[in-house]
Write a protein that binds this ligand. Structure first.
Ligand code: GLY
Ligand code: MN
Ligand code: MN
Length: 446
């Protein structure tokens, strides 16, 4: 092999220090225990065809390693040790599936203390678990994994007469990792900014492409084109391109209908960029001009979103922005005579749930519905700088009691991605047209 190529391959990954720091942090939390974290398995779509491979978010957060069939073992204690098990180099497989890093290069490139072929995992695990107080691993994530873990524990237990102690506790490792992942560092925020920027371009493109007579899937293709042309690996979740009544189906992903003049189009789509998700929704008229009824309902959702955004700052409870949005939505429903009573009364009775059945947002990060608890000691968690969340109020009007016909089948959601900063917040997706004026002007330019 050419010497220059070999050396290049053995250079550490530029983010190696970040992953090492995360492993050190987790190792400290283990208090002498051992963490065993597998990446995601490859999954069959049908026959011998696999889904596009996506590694496990936790595993990748700690390693930066992207191949399937890999397991990270982190031995806590005074001198923590990281051991990576991965696929060995294999000339034959590499002809078909491409380059594998292999244990030797993995050690240098990913900064782990040891790396071994994955086939050695079974043989080495009992030794790694011997005399350690606790085993930390994802529990209940995958039945086959649970079984393997139990098998290792039983193997160590059988050795007790030779003076070995088995882990006394089996702990859920994801809890500590979820908390680490909830607060994004500067490097992560940079990636999330880029994910958001690509998705903004995709929404702008889709908006200008939309016109009566086109199909939802044609608009979806425009989104995908923009994602991929900027190097995004994949959408962060299946894109929702929902014209007219389809917007009232919250998880509509068929994207197969013809777009009609006079209808709205709801797009909920975001790309993944280097493992980080974005998640944007915009709703706009297929023909580029809001009708009176569309305008009335849209203004309510927009006002709700703005009210929600105003509450987002460090120290505010997570639940505050949902509450702020809800009050504006309910006020609007009452003003349009879709709901009756007072704002407090309609919230209390839950009558609004016919039109607004989801919460106003969620954590965003490596997973679109990212990890991290929403409550602490039974109370809504306080926001902190470095948290990233979505703000996504909506209204979905199915025909029903007292609902004026003009609003039937309208579904509207407006969703932005927001970083909590030391002084307030930053909206990462602000450049996707959102006000009625901005949307109509942007579509008019098409
Ligand atoms: N696109 C998923 C969500 O908005 O939660
Ligand atoms: Mn969302
Ligand atoms: Mn969304």
């Amino acid at each position: 092999m050419n010497r220059a190529v070999t050396e290049k391959k053995l250079r550490p990954d530029p983010s190696c220090a970040t992953y090492q720091a995360r492993r050190r942090r987790l190792a400290r939390a283990l208090q002498g225990g051992v963490a065993v974290i597998p990446t995601a398995p490859e999954r069959l779509r049908n026959a011998d065809t696999h889904y596009l491979y996506r590694w496990d978010s936790h595993f990748h957060y700690l390693t930066g390693f992207h191949e399937p069939e890999a397991v990270l073992v982190l031995v806590g204690g005074r001198t923590p040790r990281s051991v990576l098990f991965c696929r060995p180099r294999d000339a034959q497989s590499e002809i078909w599936d491409g380059h594998r890093v292999g244990p030797r290069a993995a050690r240098t490139r990913y900064g782990v203390d040891e790396a071994h072929p994955i086939a050695q995992l079974e043989a080495r695990m009992p030794g790694l678990l011997a005399n350690c107080p606790a085993l930390h691993t994802p529990i209940g994530l995958d039945e086959a994994w649970d079984k393997r873990v139990t098998g290792w524990l039983n193997t160590v237990r059988k050795q007790v007469r030779s003076g070995v102690t088995a882990p006394a506790a089996l702990c859920e490792v994801r809890h500590a990792l979820d908390e680490m992942r909830l607060i994004k560092d500067a490097g992560e925020l940079k990636l999330m900014k880029q994910a958001a920027a690509i998705s903004v371009l995709a929404h702008r493109r889709a908006m200008q492409f939309t016109q009566p007579g086109r199909y939802e899937f044609e608009v979806e293709a425009e989104l995908l084109h923009e994602f991929r042309r900027h190097g995004s690996e994949a959408p962060a979740y299946p894109s929702i391109v929902a014209g007219g009544p389809n917007a009232c189906v919250l998880h509509y992903v068929k994207n197969g209908a013809l777009l009609k003049a006079g209808d709205l189009l709801l797009i909920d789509a975001g790309c993944e960029w280097q493992g980080y998700a974005s998640d944007i929704s915009r709703t706009f008229p297929v023909n580029g001009t809001f009708s009176g009824a569309q305008r009335a309902l849209y203004e309510i959702v927009l006002a709700a979103q703005m009210a929600a955004l105003r509450t987002i700052k460090p120290g505010a409870p997570f639940a505050a922005y949902h509450q702020a949005a809800l009050e504006v939505l309910v006020r609007g429903l009452i003003d349009l005579k879709i709901c009756r009573g007072t704002v407090a009364g309609v919230i209390e009775s839950g009558d609004y749930r016919r039109f607004y059945m989801h919460r106003t947002g969620h954590w965003l990060g490596r997973d679109v519905h990212d990890v991290g608890e929403y409550t602490r000691d039974g109370r809504s968690r306080r926001l902190q700088a470095g948290m990233v969340l979505t703000v996504e109020p909506g209204l979905y009007v199915r025909p029903g009691t007292r609902v004026p016909k003009a609003f039937h089948h309208m579904g509207i959601r407006i969703e932005d991605d927001v970083v909590v900063t030391a002084s307030g917040h930053t909206v990462l997706t602000a450049e996707a047209p959102k006000t009625i004026e901005a949307i109509e002007a942007w579509m008019d330019k098409a």
